[in-house]
Ligand binder design. Structure first.
Ligand code: 9MG
Length: 286
C-alpha cells in the first residue's frame, strides 16, 4: 500500500496515520515570518504562501510545515497572538489541499488553535517543554515531533557544548517521549528529531548525522531537518541559496540511516532523491 493510502482520514483531514508510512515522507517548509516574503502586505503574504504550499504539494510534499516564528540563531520571539494571526488562516486554507499540515510552534495556544483549524501535526522545536504544551497535545491528540535544542534560538550558537552529543541528545529525547506517555500521549503519535543546528557545532552536527541510526531504537520515527542549514555552508563554503546539492546529499544520508520524515525547502528535487532511495531499497531489487 502506498504511503498516501496509509494516511488515515479524520473529518476530512489526514491525521493519525501520518507516522505509519514505511517510506520516507517529505515535509515541505512554509515559513510565514515577515522576512520570508517579497512583499509586506498581509493579503499578499497569504496568497504567496498558499501558492507555495500548492506548488510543494504538486512537487511531492507529503506534509506542509507552517511556522510563524523564526527559529534561526539570533531570531526574536513573537507573541502568541501575532503567531496565531500569521499562521492560523493559512493552516485553515492549506489543510483543505489534501495533505496534512504540521504547525511549527512551541506555544500551547497556537497548538490548540491549529488543531481547531484542521492541522494534522505539531512540530515543536522545544519538545513540549513550555508550560501547558504537554497537556494541550495530549488533549488535541495530534501527532507531534519532539526536537532537541541546547539553549534558545537567540543564543544557542554562542558556545554549544556536550561530553557526548549523541548520548545526551538521545537521553533528552528518551525523557521527552516518557513525559509525553505520562501525559497520556500515545507513542504512535510521537516522532523525534535531533535538531541539527540547534545549539550544535559542525562536529556535533556531523556526529549526529553519521550516527543517526542510533536513534532508531527509541522506536519512534525520526525527523531530520538539514535543508540549507549553515553546517552545509560551513562544509561547502556556499551561500544559503546555493546549498541544493549539499541538502540533497544529506537528505539521502538521513534516509539511509532510517529517517522517516525529511524537512526540506526543495521538495521537487528531494522527491527524486526519495524515489532513488525507494528504488534501491525495495525487496524485489535485493
Ligand atoms: C522549525 N524547524 C527548523 N529547523 C527544524 C528542524 O531541523 N527540525 C524540526 N523538527 N523543526 C525545525
Amino acid at each position: 500500500m502506498s504511503h498516501q493510502k496509509s494516511l488515515e482520514k479524520r473529518d476530512g483531514h489526514s491525521t493519525k496515520g501520518i507516522f505509519s508510512s514505511d517510506e520516507p515522507l517529505i515535509m515541505g517548509i512554509l515559513n510565514v515570518t515577515p522576512d520570508s516574503f517579497s512583499d509586506g502586505a498581509r493579503f499578499n503574504q497569504f496568497d504567496q504562501a498558499l501558492a507555495h504550499a500548492e506548488e510543494m504539494i504538486e512537487q511531492g510534499a507529503d506534509i506542509i510545515d507552517i511556522g510563524g516564528e523564526s527559529t534561526r540563531p539570533g531570531a526574536k520571539a513573537v507573541s502568541e497572538s501575532e503567531e496565531i494571526k500569521r499562521v492560523i488562516p493559512l493552516v485553515e486554507r492549506v489543510s483543505r489541499l489534501g495533505v496534512p499540515v504540521s504547525v511549527d510552534t512551541s506555544k500551547p495556544g497556537v497548538m490548540r488553535a491549529s488543531a481547531e483549524a484542521g492541522a494534522g501535526m505539531i512540530n515543536d522545536v522545544r519538545a513540549l517543554t513550555e508550560p501547558g504544551a504537554l497537556a494541550v497535545v495530549s488533549e488535541i491528540k495530534l501527532p507531534v515531533c519532539l526536537m532537541h535544542m541546547q539553549g534558545q534560538p537567540r543564543t544557542m550558537q554562542h558556545n554549544p557544548s556536550y561530553q557526548d552529543v549523541v548520548s545526551e541528545v538521545k537521553g533528552f529525547l528518551r525523557e521527552r517521549i516518557a513525559a509525553c506517555v505520562n501525559a497520556g500521549i500515545d507513542t504512535s503519535l510521537i516522532a523525534i528529531d535531533p535538531g541539527f543546528g540547534f545549539g550544535k557545532t559542525l562536529p556535533h552536527n556531523l556526529e549526529l548525522l553519521t550516527q543517526l541510526s542510533c536513534f532508531n531504537d527509541l522506536n519512534v520515527p525520526i525527523l531530520a531537518g538539514l535543508s540549507r542549514k549553515s553546517m552545509l555552508g560551513q562544509i561547502t563554503g556556499r551561500d544559503v541559496n546555493d546549498r541544493l546539492a549539499a541538502s540533497l546529499a544529506v537528505a539521502l544520508i538521513a534516509m539511509q540511516q532510517g529517517a522517516k520524515i525529511i524537512r526540506v525547502h526543495d521538495v521537487k528535487q528531494t522527491s527524486d532523491v526519495k524515489k532513488i532511495f525507494i528504488a534501491t531499497n525495495t525487496a524485489e531489487l535485493i
